[in-house]
Design a protein around this ligand. Sequence first.
Ligand code: GDP
Length: 471
Amino acid sequence: ELIGQRPADIVRKLMEMGQMLTFNQPMNMDVASMIAEEAGVKVEISVEKAGDELLEAVVQAGEGDERLEPRPPVVTIMGHVDHGKTSLLDAIRQTKVAEGEAGGITQHIGAYTVSVHGKQVTFLDTPGHEAFTAMRSRGAKVTDIVILVVAADDGVMPQTIEAINHAKAAGVPLIVAMNKIDKPEANPDRVRNALSEYGLISEAWGGDTIMVEVSAKQKTGLDTLLEMILLQSEVLELKADPHRQAKGTVVEAKLERGRGPVATVLVQNGTLKVGDVFVVGTFSGRVRALLNDRGVKTQQATPSIPVEVIGLPGVPSAGDVFQVVSDERVAREIADERAQKQRSADLAGQTKVSLDDLFARIKEGSAKELAIVIKADVQGSSEALAAAVEKLPTPAVRIRVIHNGVGGITESDVLLAAASRAIIIGFNVRPEPKAANLAEQQGVDVRLYTIIYEALSDIKAAMEGLLDPTL
Ligand code: GDP
């Protein structure tokens, strides 16, 4: 009926093709396509699919011809603690953003973009290789270029080496920023020498690693550094297609008073627009508003540009893929299916979080984050423990202290931990009897310590799969 052919003619054609069918029998897709195309009808095959398979199909259907255009590089700053990562990020932001732009004052949304000779560079605001690798372990490849900050007065340190290895493992090119060049003790040649032992040979010495001397404090060398980033990005020929539906990665997400759930999405392909329908993690929705890194409302964001998205029904996780789709129903279906899967995993008890099975979950890829509730006998201890725990070098998962307080472990602590899939650490405190029962019932892992070091070493051991099983 649709292709305007009489059933008898189709049955005859089928016979010619060796298909002995009557007209109320099903035929396969290829045969149907051939017959329709013979009748001059273009065929698009649509298959009922579920969830992520459906998403894949919808996205592919929208793909068509690519029209690639150059896009700005996305840069992550890494290096040893105190070598000046944060100072460098702030210095670049201050000198480059203030220059007469609307909004002027930058908002910390997890990433920002600066303009250099009319070209743009985007910086991710969370320095360090832990965040970088945590994202990467979730499959999100966001960074194009790594800036390795090495303090010229201090040289190559353990985290410098870690950063080099993480960048190498990801296959991301690296530019060295030799910082604190203003200091009298600065000795850039000594640093060049030390770096050469790790395969980073400066161009001045006949190698191919770009090294720039900078001072984040005195704001010198920043322009050269930015120019080198642009140069490197030309070599990389970074491209994306701004003409299609957007796909990006969540770099930061939070619940804000008055604004509700807000996520910073780094657009990686396509153009994100107000009104777009999207799926991110277990949520679907429609973009109500977009705000740029100056906190100014904007109508759209092109590749490599970070924007805050308003209109989410919940808070996604950093590293989640943000995908625009054309059909609201499809978006909802996909999100629902993912939520369903998560719920059934919850019911199957897979999400009971404990330190004992942390390593196994890291290995199977289901642990992205270890959430912790800390209770201690005095304020000082709870804060010290929280700070120390968050500082643990844990490349595979992000540690997040969701609550820390003083006093015994209460039912409310347990409920919070159960809802957030967190473990509880008690320092010189015990659970109240009712809380102990609830923890048992909810399968919340409660660990009690009297020595901070032991708590830290247990967490570390758990990450590495070396924790002695508890009895
Ligand atoms: P991060 O841990 O790598 O983020 O390092 P910070 O940015 O917090 O810097 C550590 C310390 O080094 C701070 O006290 C900064 O003021 C100082 N610092 C950073 N950059 C420079 C610089 O270029 N020159 C000097 N003299 N000090 C710097």
